[in-house]
Design a protein around this ligand. Structure first.
Ligand SMILES: CCCCCCCCCCCC(=O)SCCNC(=O)CCNC(=O)[C@H](O)C(C)(C)COP(=O)(O)OP(=O)(O)OC[C@H]1O[C@@H](n2cnc3c(N)ncnc32)[C@H](O)[C@@H]1OP(=O)(O)O
Length: 134
């Protein structure tokens, strides 16, 4: 296992429990799905009452990255697209799920969905991750 994967002092904005301004995401794995949840507070908004889209993209990115990390695959996001389908109200519990779509040559093609409490889609992302040495 890489040193990075074992490093308990990492300060990842999205996942480190030690980052004072971080999102402190926690992940669970079920079959081929990596899942996290997040409730945006007022400090996470862009438009009044609506979660900032850049932050939503950060979370989608992270949940895809964690799918790979959990399998000890070190890879960085090389490209990512987010489709914002519905606004995310402040205070609504989001469920974010990622999965591998394909492993083509050096690239991992990933996708992720952010779901609102009623199961409707808030946002969908696709991304290409490139393996890196850590
Ligand atoms: C405790 C820890 C917790 C773990 C905590 C986990 C934290 C996760 C964090 C979330 C994830 C992130 O945000 S990661 C951070 C954001 N991402 C980054 O900073 C990445 C910055 N970019 C890079 O470092 C680089 O560009 C790489 C590594 C992506 C690729 O560089 P490279 O390895 O030198 O590769 P390069 O020569 O450019 O390209 C190799 C081949 O791939 C192709 N290629 C390159 N990019 C693409 C692309 N987007 N789509 C298709 N093809 C591409 C090229 O054309 C080339 O084809 P050919 O000529 O071979 O045919």
């Amino acid at each position: 296992m890489s040193k990075l994967l074992k490093d308990s002092n990492h300060m990842c904005f999205a996942c480190s429990p030690k980052n004072p301004i971080g999102l402190k995401l926690v992940f669970e794995h079920e079959g081929d799905i990596c899942r996290a949840s997040f409730i945006a507070g007022p400090e996470h908004q862009g438009w009044n009452g609506v979660m900032h889209g850049g932050l939503l993209t950060t979370i989608l990115d992270e949940v895809m990255a964690q799918w790979l990390w959990s399998r000890e695959l070190s890879a960085m996001t090389a490209e990512m697209t987010t489709r914002f389908v519905n606004p995310v109200p402040i205070g609504a519990k989001l469920t974010i799920e990622s999965r591998l779509v394909a492993n083509k040559r050096r690239l991992f093609l990933m996708e992720a969905d952010a779901l609102l409490p009623d199961g409707s889609v808030a946002a969908k992302a696709t991304a290409k991750f490139m393996p890196v040495k850590v």
